[in-house]
Design a protein around this ligand. Structure first.
Ligand code: PMP
Length: 372
C-alpha cells in the first residue's frame, strides 16, 4: 500500500455498499490509469490476460490464507449478490433425491427472503424461527427441527437488518443431521475466522466487508459440486464455474481487484484474528454505551448481538430527525435504520476504525445531554 498521507474523511456507517479502507481507495486511485506499468486500467484488461490472471490468483491465494480455507473447498467469484444466491443455492444443491427437502433457519429478514425464494425450487421447510421474538434472538440449535432428508440446512449467520449474529456455527452432525450447512455470511465475511469443518458452502456479496458491489463470493466444498438441477443456468452452476476458475463468463474484474486490495489490507492489519479482536472491542464499546444510556436502546439478546450491524432506537422517536441531522454535521454518515425496522443502525465493518466508533459514542453522549 502507498504510504502517503490520506485526507481525513467522515465516518461512514452504511450497511452496504459500505466504507472501504482509505488505503485501498488511495491505491486504486493511484493505479487507475496505469496498473503497474501495463499501460491499462484494471477495468480495461482482458480477464484472460496475464495481468488480470496475476490479480485474480493473488486474491484467491490471499483469501485462502486469511480465512484458512481448506484445500477441499473451492473459491468462486460470481455475480448476482446474496439475493441471486437464494436461487442459485437450491438450483445447485436441492436435487440429491426426489423426496428431498431444504431446511431453513429463520433469524431475520434476509433468511426469510432466502426461504421464500427456495420454495420456487423445492420444499423449503422452516427448521426454526426467531420471528415470534421479533428476531431479537437466534433459536437455540438444540430446538431446531431438522429433516432427515434435507439436501442442506440454510442459516444467515449475520442478519444485517435485525443485527443478530450466530457467534458459533452449529455442529449439524451433533444435532442429528448429515446435511451440509449453507451460510449466508454476506455481512460478516472476513470479520472473524470460519470453522470450515461445520460448513458446506458459504456465500456473500462483497459490498460490506470485501469491497465493491457486483462481486459475490462463494466458498464451496468440492463434494457438493455436480448436484445441480438440469434447469440451473450454466453461468450459475457451481461445478461449471469451478471448472473454469470463475472464468466461464467474464467475472466482475474490477471488484475482484478491489477485493484483492482489501485482502492485502487485512493481511497488513495482522490477519483475521487481529481484525476479529478489533471488531469485538468496537462492538463492546458501542453496546456498553447503549446499555448504560437512558435514551438509546438495543433489543437483541446479548449473546446474539451482531458485531457488524448495531441497530438501536431512541426511546423518544420524535428526536430521530435531529439525531441524524446532528450526526451528519459531526461527520457521522448513513446512520438511519433500515426502513422495515426504523430507528438507527451503525454498521461497523472491518474498515471502520475504533476511532470511528468512539466518535459515534461521543456524539451520542453529547446528543443525550443536550436533549435532557
Ligand atoms: N443477505 C444479507 C445478509 C444481506 O445483508 C444482503 C444485503 N444487504 C443480502 C443477502 C442481499 O444481497 P444483495 O443485495 O447483494 O443481493
Amino acid at each position: 500500500m502507498n504510504a502517503r498521507v490520506l485526507p481525513s474523511r467522515p465516518y461512514n456507517f452504511s450497511a452496504g455498499p459500505a466504507t472501504i479502507p482509505a488505503e485501498v481507495l488511495s491505491q486504486a486511485a493511484a493505479e487507475m490509469l496505469d496498473w503497474k506499468g501495463s499501460g491499462m486500467s484494471v477495468m480495461e484488461m482482458s480477464h484472460r490476460g496475464k495481468e488480470f490472471d496475476s490479480i485474480h490468483n493473488q486474491a484467491l491465494a490471499d483469501l485462502r490464507e486469511l480465512l484458512a480455507i481448506p484445500s477441499n473447498f473451492r473459491i468462486l467469484f460470481m455475480q448476482g449478490g446474496g439475493l441471486a444466491e437464494n436461487a442459485i443455492v437450491p438450483l445447485n444443491l436441492s436435487a440429491r433425491k426426489p423426496d428431498q427437502v431444504m431446511d431453513y433457519v429463520l433469524t431475520g429478514s434476509w433468511s426469510q427472503k432466502s426461504a421464500k425464494e427456495a420454495r420456487r425450487y423445492g420444499e423449503a421447510r422452516i427448521a426454526a424461527s426467531g420471528e415470534a421474538d421479533g428476531f431479537t434472538r437466534i433459536p437455540d440449535p438444540a430446538s431446531w427441527q431438522l429433516s432427515q432428508n434435507a439436501s442442506y440446512v440454510h442459516l444467515c449467520s449475520n442478519e444485517t437488518i435485525h443485527g443478530v449474529e450466530c457467534h458459533q456455527l452449529p455442529d449439524l452432525k451433533a444435532l442429528g443431521s448429515d446435511a451440509p450447512l449453507v451460510i449466508d455470511f454476506s455481512s460478516h465475511a472476513a470479520s472473524r475466522p470460519v470453522d470450515w469443518s461445520r460448513v458446506g458452502l458459504a456465500y456473500g456479496g462483497a459490498q460490506k466487508n470485501l469491497g465493491l458491489a457486483g462481486l459475490t463470493l462463494v466458498v464451496v466444498r468440492e463434494d457438493l459440486l455436480g448436484r445441480a438441477l438440469p434447469v440451473c443456468p450454466s453461468a450459475f452452476n457451481y461445478q461449471t464455474v469451478a471448472e473454469n476458475n470463475s472464468m466461464f463468463n467474464t467475472p466482475p474484474t474490477y471488484a475482484i481487484y478491489i477485493a484483492g486490495l482489501v485482502f492485502q489490507w487485512l493481511k497488513k492489519q495482522g490477519g483475521i484474528e487481529t481484525i476479529e479482536a478489533r471488531n469485538i472491542a468496537k462492538a463492546q464499546l458501542l453496546y456498553d454505551f447503549i446499555d448504560g444510556s437512558q435514551l438509546y436502546l438495543n433489543k437483541v439478546a446479548k449473546g446474539n448481538r451482531s458485531r457488524m450491524n448495531v441497530p438501536f432506537f431512541l426511546r423518544d422517536e420524535a428526536r430521530n430527525a435531529a439525531f441524524l441531522e446532528g450526526a451528519k454535521a459531526a461527520g457521522l454518515l448513513q446512520l438511519k435504520g433500515h426502513k422495515s425496522v426504523g430507528g438507527m443502525r451503525a454498521s461497523i465493518y472491518n474498515a471502520m476504525p475504533l476511532a470511528g466508533v468512539q466518535a459515534l459514542v461521543d456524539y451520542m453522549r453529547d446528543f443525550e445531554k443536550t436533549q435532557a
